[in-house]
Write a protein that binds this ligand. Structure first.
Ligand code: GRF
Length: 204
């Protein structure tokens, strides 16, 4: 049975597209739901084009963040979702949501965590002058980009190149690394260490 995947996205959804193109419907993974906080997000059109259920949960449609997250969680459960991927989802998820889907929510971040968490990670790294940055895929915990790391890939930075080129390279790596992490999880190759819950074990 394929792993039933949901993607939460606020923006263009290029990572969603990479998942759809490389994994969806090929036996191991089925994208069954795409949710967004942003009406009109391009990610929703990409889902619809691929025949995947898409739903908007706008912030102002609910009394508060908790109420919105309960509605998202119920919708995801109704689709039988087993793994949730945050791909450019610009909202923090409530602790109750993360508890309900414990160790079943992952995120892609455009820097080598724990460096440059939060917003504009690409710009932060570029302006800081680091020689290496990259991409991290990690489990989501209650902090901002603090959860256990699943995969990382480094990219060398040359400041003679414009930031747009660096940005494009980061996205190219994301589009490879995020599907790779999902595939490993779908194969049952990823587990969290019993002794140290920060450590992710991967059997390749
Ligand atoms: C990606 O850079 C991701 O790392 C960050 O938000 C961006 C989303 O891009 N969290 P897209 O919507 O997948 O094109």
């Amino acid at each position: 049975m394929p792993l039933r995947l949901a993607v939460l996205a606020s923006g263009t959804g290029s990572n969603l597209q990479a998942i759809l193109d490389s994994l969806h419907g090929k036996g191991l993974v089925e994208v069954v739901a795409v949710a967004s906080d942003k009406p009109g997000a391009r990610a929703l059109d990409r889902a619809t084009d691929a025949g995947v259920a898409a739903e908007v949960f706008p912030r102002d449609g609910f009394a508060d963040r908790q109420a919105r997250d309960v509605a998202i969680a119920e919708w995801l459960d109704a689709q039988g979702v087993e793994l949730i991927v945050l791909a450019g989802y610009m909202q923090l998820l409530s602790p109750a949501f993360l508890e309900r889907f414990r160790n079943r929510v992952i995120n892609v971040h455009p820097a080598l965590l724990p460096s440059f968490p939060g917003l504009d990670a690409i710009g932060q790294a570029y302006r800081h002058g680091v020689r290496l940055s990259g991409v991290t895929v990690h489990f989501v915990d209650a902090g901002v980009d603090t959860g256990p790391i699943i995969l990382q890939e480094a990219i060398e930075l040359a400041y003679t190149r414009p930031i747009e080129e660096f940005e494009a390279e980061v996205h190219r790596v994301e589009h490879r690394l995020l599907p790779k992490a999902i595939e490993l999880i779908a194969r049952g190759a990823v587990s969290i260490d019993d002794q140290n819950p920060r450590l992710v074990r991967i059997e390749e």
